[in-house]
Ligand binder design. Structure first.
Ligand code: ZN
Ligand code: ZN
Length: 298
């Protein structure tokens, strides 16, 4: 019998850090708040990126957030792509004109510089979105924005595209991003990263390895693998343990592998070997969510 390999991006020591990268300031024409206000709004976060449209906002001024990232949102009229930690020289001869080749070059330039590239709001069908064909035509990028915080559930959520890419054996991580422009969009969705320490280098290394999950208010304490079993340990406390959880495990083609609910704080799943991948979507009663990265089964 062949040995089953389960790759677990959470199999490491570290601290959980909270942050987001997709946020606009008045350096975007559509942004409503200056940088200093955005710093205050996100003052309790462990890390924050500022991603203005086609513009790298330089971090300056007073802030309580320990780690900050330069970023930009490549913003053609067709598709938007978030670049986190690009070299500033990316703005030399910069154009946002959309073609697969140009977006791939920009993505490659950013990841070569140690950064990450994320295809954002792929299902925003009334303006900029990503057809699945273009997402497949792009050869290499870090991930896609699975939850966007604009505030239109019909267009903000893209688990369908994520499962399509994962099922086509593309290793792309799922990101949450507020896309903060105006009050009401802040702190809706974020990323919880299992990093060695709170530094830019450590956060980037962890996220590129998939050691993070998306949260809209709930979370995981740990995700472990042993003897072909995956154990999802949910955030637990006396208060939380009294509440209902709704857990769905999803595999290739978006198929539901397992579902359960109850006043539980962990879920175990015995892998069969043919799932392709296993990812968890967990809801606490009230709707607070936590969404793991895929654990690839090989
Ligand atoms: Zn955008
Ligand atoms: Zn944006």
């Amino acid at each position: 019998m062949e040995r089953m390999l389960i790759s677990n991006p959470y199999d490491k020591q570290g601290i959980w850090l909270k942050g987001s990268f997709h946020n606009h300031t008045t350096n975007s024409a559509c942004g409503s708040q200056p940088l200093e206000t955005v710093y205050r709004m996100y003052g309790q976060y462990d890390f924050l990126g500022i991603s203005d449209h086609d513009f790298i906002t330089v971090h300056e001024g007073e802030r309580s957030i320990p780690s900050v990232f330069e970023a930009l949102e490549v913003s053609s009229p067709q598709r938007h792509m978030l670049l986190i930690n690009p070299a500033r020289s990316i703005m030399d001869d910069y154009s946002n004109e959309f073609s697969i080749e140009r977006y791939q070059q920009l993505s490659d330039s950013c990841t070569r510089h140690g950064g990450m590239s994320v295809l954002v709001h792929p299902n925003r069908y009334y303006s900029q979105f990503w057809p699945i064909e273009d997402m497949l035509a792009m050869k290499d990028y870090t991930g896609i924005e699975v939850i966007n915080g604009e505030g239109n559930p019909e267009y903000d959520i893209a688990f369908d595209k994520w499962d399509a890419l994962l099922s086509a054996e593309r290793k792309v991580w799922g990101f949450g991003g507020d896309d903060f422009h105006v009050y009401g969009q802040e702190k809706r969705t974020w990323n919880m990263v299992l990093a060695e320490q709170n530094t830019n280098e450590s956060i980037l290394a962890a996220m590129k390895a998939g050691s993070f999950y998306i949260s809209t208010g709930y979370g995981f304490e740990s995700i472990r693998v042993e003897d072909g079993m995956i154990e999802f340990n949910l955030l637990s406390s006396e208060g939380l343990d009294r509440m209902y959880k709704y857990v769905t495990l999803i595999g290739k083609d978006g198929n539901i592998l397992y579902e359960t609910s109850g006043r539980i704080n962990s879920v175990s799943y015995k892998c069969r070997g043919d799932e392709g991948y296993v990812r968890a979507a967990v809801y606490l009663e009230g709707g607070f969510g936590a969404f793991s990265q895929p654990l690839f089964i090989g």
